[in-house]
Design a protein around this ligand. Structure first.
Ligand SMILES: [Zn+2]
Length: 403
């Protein structure tokens, strides 16, 4: 499937383009592995450079290990040569379904630092059978085999990105690697990297488990039977409630789960897991007699604690961050109430519309736990009213303090 023409000469200078074509035609590109979404290749130029191509969304993310790329972070002849080889080899077919794809350069040295292929040793140019077979199981620098010389000097951190989580309506977790400073402390966490190197984690069993859970099982593309080990992994993840229940307590246990409340924050506090019972969303309706109105406001409650719904740093399915603790949140499937109340504050209802209000409220469908004043409760016995108001909850005895 052809997709190369989508990029035409838009991204490459004449010189890079022509040299790339020449490299490709002279057979200087070796595809190391490839799928319909990503390709790793090595290109023999002044030295042997590794090129990484990765189709994601509407873009082709590229990276080359050559010095020019390192200095300029712009596309080079090796990348063009690798793209030509990838298309000719039938890889990266995902690009052909993109409407107007763009090329994005991955930040130099942000990942696969240790992935530069070694220069060929004397005599290694002969392609004897045993050399080719050994090459199939990797080179001395194959990620995962090489011990990380810098372990102890670098540390993997897990960042909960509050602004992005609030927008996404899920916990957004980012992985970042920070370096040890000369004084022994940890340096600043680099922000907004797209990908991070994975080899940092191989010495820590917990990190490996966490990354395996984040990465999930890989799709079988059926191209080849060899194990594809990419040293770089995406830096940003949306944590679904199902995954978060397992993953977040584990991440907190590392002591390296950090809270990022704003983009320019310097000191990121450590987040801990709240072992207490789940918080629950309660919608409270109270009469405000002096103003001739009723007020509907959201609160989070558990046991003998109660706070306004606007107070937590984050409240998404099924998690809530209060101070420097993250715990679980139950909203009886009525999660749309939480952003509405957090963004708009209490709902004010004129006294004379109170019955219309209650009627419409119960027409909405999915309701959280509603705490109504006596005069607005349906005209049934108090006991059945409470059962009704508890909605779908299994915990029917809950809320005795409110009614
Ligand atoms: Zn290059």
């Amino acid at each position: 499937m052809e997709w190369l023409s989508k990029f035409s000469a838009r991204y490459f200078s004449n010189r890079s383009y022509e040299k790339g074509v020449r490299y490709y035609r002279r057979g200087l590109v070796r595809l190391i592995n490839g799928t319909d979404r990503s390709v790793t290749a090595s290109v023999q130029g002044g030295a042997r450079y590794s090129v990484f191509l990765d189709a994601e969304g509407n873009s082709l993310n590229v990276r080359c290990s050559c010095p020019w790329y390192d200095d300029t972070a712009s596309v080079c002849k090796h990348i063009w040569a690798a793209m030509m080889a990838a298309e000719a080899g039938g890889y990266l077919s995902a690009v052909s379904s993109m409407s107007s794809p763009v090329i994005k350069t991955i930040q130099p040295r942000s990942h696969f630092d240790d992935d530069v292929l070694p220069p060929p040793k004397p005599g290694q140019n002969d392609r004897s059978e045993w050399r080719q077979k050994l090459a199939l199981v990797g080179s001395p620098t194959t990620p995962g085999n090489a011990p990380d010389r810098n372990a102890g000097e670098r540390q993997m951190c897990y960042l909960i990105d509050i602004p992005r989580s609030n927008v996404a309506g899920n916990v957004i977790l980012r992985i970042a690697v920070r370096k040890r400073k000369k004084n022994g402390g940890w340096g600043k966490v680099p922000l907004y990297e797209r990908r991070v190197t994975q080899s940092i984690s191989t010495s820590d069993f917990t990190d490996r488990r966490i990354l395996a859970m984040l990465g999930g099982a890989k799709e079988d593309y059926g191209y080849s039977s060899f194990y594809y080990h990419s040293d770089s992994i995406p830096a940003s993840y949306r944590i679904t409630p199902e995954l978060g229940t397992i993953l977040l307590p584990e991440i907190c246990k590392t002591g390296r789960c950090l809270l990022q409340s704003s983009p320019d924050q310097e000191d990121l506090p450590v987040l801990t897991w709240d072992e207490g019972s789940p918080w629950r969303l309660v919608v409270e309706i109270r009469r405000d007699a002096p103003q001739n109105r009723y007020l509907l406001k959201g609160t989070l409650a558990r046991e003998d604690e109660k706070i306004d719904v606007s107070e937590p740093l984050l409240a998404v399915p099924d998690f809530v961050i209060i101070g420097d603790r993250i715990g679980t949140l139950q909203a009886d499937n009525a999660y749309r109430w939480i952003p509405m109340l957090r963004q708009n504050g209490p709902v004010s209802v004129p006294e004379k519309q109170k019955y219309d209000f209650v009627a419409e409220l119960f027409n909405i469908g999915t309701l959280p736990f509603v705490d109504l004043p006596l005069e607005l409760q349906p005209e049934t016995t108090k006991f059945s009213a409470r059962t009704f108001l508890c909605g779908h909850s299994a915990d029917r005895s809950y809320g005795g303090d409110y009614l």
